[in-house]
Design a protein around this ligand. Structure first.
Ligand SMILES: [Fe+2]
Ligand SMILES: [Fe+2]
Length: 284
């Protein structure tokens, strides 16, 4: 299934955590769960700026619908960067040092930036599939954010919704950019980049989470077991996205083969209610 013709990529310019304090262990007081999400958030401001730069490099000559979607994607990612930057500053104020994690992302990106722009687009396409399947799982299974502080959980849900909404953009830009390539070459490059990106993602995010857990005084075997349990067993995010990850390698794959617009609709129903309630409360 290609990107749905009636899909509109609508940036929701929301702000989180400006009026409420974010507890240091915002994820239900759990060190490992907080560390996993904080480690991911540390990568977003620079990582998403890189996604934007990689996709925009191929905007020239794109069909009008794709060009419009690139515009929506760019705006959404820019707002995500802003909100995660604000979130990361709150984490820093509560005592976490994210600088090592941020330097690691900068280093990874510098390697990709030294390569031809199509490599950046391929890496973005693979990472956008990754974020889309993480986002799907996050919204489909409430267990992932169970016990989390409300405002921070809202931030992650909002981000997840927009990741699903624009999940086809980098992929469609890639399909357009490589339209003259033989099928076999397309698949080989795509598969190779996905395997590399996955290896780096798993290694770097695990190391990042372990570093943040160390800052909370949890190290060694206890750190490894609680972290791996959380990632792979319960709630087991990595285990639960494994099937969707594999689909990327199927011939003819497209991110919208999984039509998860029902998750967007469910979010709009709930957050529309929350927003209306907030406005009433503010007005009151
Ligand atoms: Fe994003
Ligand atoms: Fe994205």
């Amino acid at each position: 299934m290609p990107t749905p013709a009636d899909l509109s990529i609508t940036p929701r310019d929301r702000r989180f955590g400006r009026e409420t304090a974010t507890p240091r262990l915002w994820h239900g007081g759990r060190i490992e769960a907080t560390a996993i999400y904080n480690a991911l958030s540390a990568t977003f401001p620079v990582g998403e700026a890189f996604f934007v730069e990689s996709v925009r490099a191929f905007r020239e000559g794109a069909p009008p619908k794709l060009a419009e979607e690139i515009q929506g994607f760019t705006t959404q990612e820019a707002i995500h960067s802003r909100e995660h930057d604000a979130f990361n500053k709150r984490a820093a104020r509560s005592g976490y040092d994210l600088s090592k994690l941020e330097q690691q992302v900068e280093w990874r990106l510098s390697i990709t930036r030294a390569k031809p722009p199509i490599v950046g687009l391929a890496a973005t396409m693979a990472l956008e599939h990754f974020t889309a399947i993480l986002a799907h799982q996050l919204l489909a299974n409430p267990r992932h954010l169970a016990g989390a502080e409300q405002e921070t959980a809202d931030l992650w849900r909002w981000h997840a919704v927009e990741e699903i909404e624009h999940k086809g953009v980098a992929y469609d830009a890639w399909l357009h950019a490589t339209r003259d390539w033989p099928k076999g070459k397309r698949w080989k490059v795509k598969a190779k980049v996905m395997l590399l990106v996955t290896r780096n993602f798993v290694i770097d995010r695990t190391a990042g989470a372990l570093e943040l857990m160390r800052q909370d005084g949890v190290t060694g075997i206890r750190a490894w077991t609680t972290l791996l349990w959380c990632l792979w067993v319960r709630p087991g995010m990595f285990r639960k996205i494994a099937g969707a990850w594999f689909k990327f390698f199927l011939p003819g794959f497209h991110p919208w083969d999984e039509d998860d617009r029902h998750l967007l609709a469910a979010y709009e129903r709930i957050s529309g209610g929350v927003e209306a309630e907030r406005k009433v409360r503010r007005a009151g």
